[in-house]
Design a protein around this ligand. Structure first.
Ligand SMILES: *[C@@H]1O[C@H](CO)[C@@H](O)[C@H](O)[C@H]1NC(C)=O
Ligand SMILES: *[C@@H]1O[C@H](CO)[C@@H](O)[C@H](O)[C@H]1NC(C)=O
Ligand SMILES: *[C@@H]1O[C@H](CO)[C@@H](O)[C@H](O)[C@H]1NC(C)=O
Ligand SMILES: *[C@@H]1O[C@H](CO)[C@@H](O)[C@H](O)[C@H]1NC(C)=O
Ligand SMILES: *[C@@H]1O[C@H](CO)[C@@H](O)[C@H](O)[C@H]1NC(C)=O
Length: 399
């Protein structure tokens, strides 16, 4: 770790500070207040039966059995267990020759802590999580003390430890401060060890993958897919810290991904392969900081572009739509407004209007023709009546 080596002064300061803050519990006396004796594996362990050195014979039992592991017994009754291994652990009791219990102790064996391998991640700008793996399996319960040192130890923050999960969390770290070092001190009954790691926060920023990815068809478009998703659960402040999304997609079975970047959901892709199921994955990264990490990919989500429904009637049949209104067109017609009609629907409406107008024109023409004929007929009748009456008049006139 070059950053670590390049600042020995800073590390010395941090080491001194952490040493002065080390927990007092680290100095547990190996000899048993709690009736437990801790010792390193592969060592020789001496168990005294009693304080005074009375040379009376004693008997030792291990796990209530008289069978003892490899050992030596001194003249004052002290038991020396040689080159102990894990099976040497357990309860040791010593009795005098009258069968009276003089002393009992539980032996636990293990190793002192070694260095830790620590890795940290920022799921957002407000939180750091560091987890660690031990380089030495100690076999013993341990405690951890984790501290974040800011600006060469000028400031410090406790990293709150979860012992079982072997990780710690810092809320509201000083994200923008340049120099940050985490120290994790592992302590068990046999000793303690502190490991330091430098934290370049800007490079450790890594969102969780986006959630609820949906890939849907767009009606009427056999080559389009609508891809939508929700923000990662870890990313609460999208306005303040926008994310960049990387979307990749391919027809199922293809080896090659197509890619597209977007700052928000949804994204419509235009070059889907008609009639194929597509695989889609998304990951996210802080939009501003291009040195930060991409999240893991989401699980593969499948989706298929819209397909033309199978035709039963010839397309010329004008009643086709009326006889078989599909479920989707019924739905859209109830929810959508008129201005969102598809071009196909608009065409049909135009045709109907044209037909109606045409028949109105024909009807009007026919009616007016009939009217004209009728008027003419009437006029002619009227004229002949007049002629007739005038002739009659003329006849009746005395000459
Ligand atoms: C343990 O005791 C044996 C026998 O007395 C001796 O040979 C060996 O060096 C001792 N081992 C340690 C680690 O002290
Ligand atoms: C060891 O002793 C403790 C307490 O005296 C007891 O609870 C435990 O069962 C014992 N274990 C064995 C293996 O004898
Ligand atoms: C004695 O008991 C301990 C658990 O208390 C166990 O780890 C150890 O293996 C046992 N040893 C023998 C020889 O029974
Ligand atoms: C794409 O999907 C989203 C979410 O499901 C939806 O809000 C949006 O209207 C869809 N866009 C299109 C063009 O269908
Ligand atoms: C990040 O962006 C800067 C400037 O915009 C550019 O110089 C740099 O190469 C980029 N780094 C990476 C890892 O893309």
């Amino acid at each position: 770790m070059p950053g670590l080596l390049s600042s020995p002064v800073c590390l010395t300061v941090i080491w001194f500070l952490s040493w002065s803050l080390r927990p007092i519990r680290a100095q547990i006396q190996p000899d048993e207040v709690s009736g437990v004796r801790y010792a390193p594996l592969q060592s020789n362990v001496t168990l005294a039966c009693r304080k005074s050195q009375i040379r009376t014979p004693v008997v030792w039992h291990h796990n209530n059995s008289a069978v003892l592991p490899w050992h030596k017994l001194t003249s004052d009754g002290t038991l020396v267990l040689l080159h102990v291994d894990l099976s040497t652990q357990g309860n040791y009791s010593c009795y005098d020759n009258g069968g009276l219990l003089l002393h009992s102790v539980k032996l636990r064996l293990g190793h002192r802590p070694g260095s830790l391998s620590i890795s940290c991640r920022l799921p957002n700008h407000m939180r750091v999580r560091c987890s660690w793996v031990e380089s030495v399996k100690t076999f013993l319960p341990a405690q951890y003390n984790a501290i974040l040192w800011i600006e060469s130890g000028r400031e410090s923050k406790t990293c709150v430890v979860d012992v079982a999960q072997k990780h710690c969390d810092i809320d509201h770290p000083s994200y923008w401060s340049s120099s940050q070092t985490l120290s994790v001190q592992e302590t068990n009954a046999l000793g303690s060890e502190t490991t330091y790691v430098r934290l370049p926060f800007d490079k450790l920023l890594k969102p969780n993958p986006p959630r609820s990815v949906l890939v849907t068809a767009i009606e009427g478009y056999p080559k389009k897919l609508n891809i939508s998703w929700e923000l990662p659960s870890s990313w609460l402040l999208h306005e303040a810290f926008p994310l960049l999304f990387h979307i990749r997609y391919r027809p199922q079975g293809s080896l090659y991904w197509s890619e597209v970047f977007s700052e928000q959901s949804p994204v419509v892709i235009f070059d889907a392969l008609a009639g194929y199921v597509h695989q889609v994955q998304i990951c996210a990264r802080d939009e501003v900081n291009n040195e930060s990490m991409w999240s893991d990919w989401t699980a593969v989500t499948l989706g298929m572009p819209w397909e033309e429904p199978a035709e039963v009637f010839l397309p010329e049949d004008p009643f086709h739509e009326d006889f078989f209104p599909s479920l989707t067109t019924m739905e859209t017609s109830t929810t959508k407004t008129d201005d969102s009609l598809s071009p196909e629907d608009e065409g049909n409406v135009g045709l109907v209007i044209l037909l109606v107008l045409f028949s109105v024109v024909i009807l009007t023409t026919v009616l007016s023709l009939i009217f004209v004929v009728w008027v003419r007929q009437r006029r002619r009748n009227h004229v002949t009546k007049q002629e007739l009456s005038s002739m009659l008049k003329m006849k009746s006139m005395p000459i």
